[in-house]
Design a protein around this ligand. Sequence first.
Ligand code: FAD
Length: 310
Amino acid sequence: MSILIIAEHDGVQLSPSVQQAVTAAQAWNSAIHVLVAGNAADAVAKQAASIYGVERVIQANALHLEKPIAEDIANLIVSISQDYKVILAAHSSFSKNALPRVAALLDVAMISDVLEIQGNNTYVRSIYAGNVLTTIQSCDAVQVLTVHGSNFNSASLTGSAEIISVETPSTFNRTQWKSEIRSQSERPALSSAKIVVSGGRSLGSAERFESVLSPLASKLGAALGATRAAVDAGYAPNDIQVGQTGVVVAPELYIAIGVSGAIQHTYGMKDSKVVVAINQDPEAPIFQVADYGLVADLFDAVPALTAAIQ
Ligand SMILES: Cc1cc2nc3c(=O)[nH]c(=O)nc-3n(C[C@H](O)[C@H](O)[C@H](O)COP(=O)(O)OP(=O)(O)OC[C@H]3O[C@@H](n4cnc5c(N)ncnc54)[C@H](O)[C@@H]3O)c2cc1C
């Protein structure tokens, strides 16, 4: 029996998290297949085939998979599930939407956001926003799980898997994709940016969030992030919220500015390689996860830092 990885992509580009999912799948020492569902997403299938460790790419082509809804993805996965003992994907909004449906249709448990895969279908995952690590074992015949991408190294792009096609079940008619509105930004995507500059409620307004943080982010080529308190206050759009109920990031450098460091926020950034915190309160919890801390008023420190960067 093989492992099936569900590929996330935008029709053109494969998500880098698929390479992390492939590394996670190697824990079973079984053949690894990747499902690419889309509409003529040949370029994506080729990218998936180039991941080292992948034996086969299964391409499902259909008009209704161009902007797939979770019901259609789940039905497709279930239609080929009989060949697999493990169905997995990197933890994301896409997989959180589709895989619980797959687990329900197969009548097995959904195992979410796995940090570590041990032998014998045993997993380590966090609960209470990362406060407690639990070790769990599933006895189900098929294991359906999502993995915490940043906990697994990316498999290299040195493979050459075969690509085959499968029949696609007809569309689930009761839900349809109508349109999407994407925020326009010159900045790198938050989830894959190498540097993230994040701000908190302390910025005080949307104008100051932009005028204080944007020049620094632009100089560093960084993505902007925000705390939930900043998003709830209307200072930042909700698609840049970092944390338990936002985006999970693991950049090379994370600069937390006026961020208290609540556990729900650090859940989303604690895997960053280097964390810099600027906060006027020396007792702020963010300093517990920071590699470098500056106790200062952000309205003095950030313009000075921005000016000092060439
Ligand atoms: C179920 C649940 C899910 C949640 N999910 C998330 C999530 O995904 N992401 C998230 O971020 N939060 C999340 N939260 C909210 C979280 O608990 C915190 O309330 C939030 O992260 C606090 O945001 P903050 O640090 O911007 O604000 P505050 O807690 O108000 O902290 C502001 C910080 O700025 C500092 N400061 C103030 N003025 C200055 C200044 N001039 N210069 C320098 N420093 C200054 C203060 O010392 C303080 O440390 C969640 C909460 C719950 C209950």
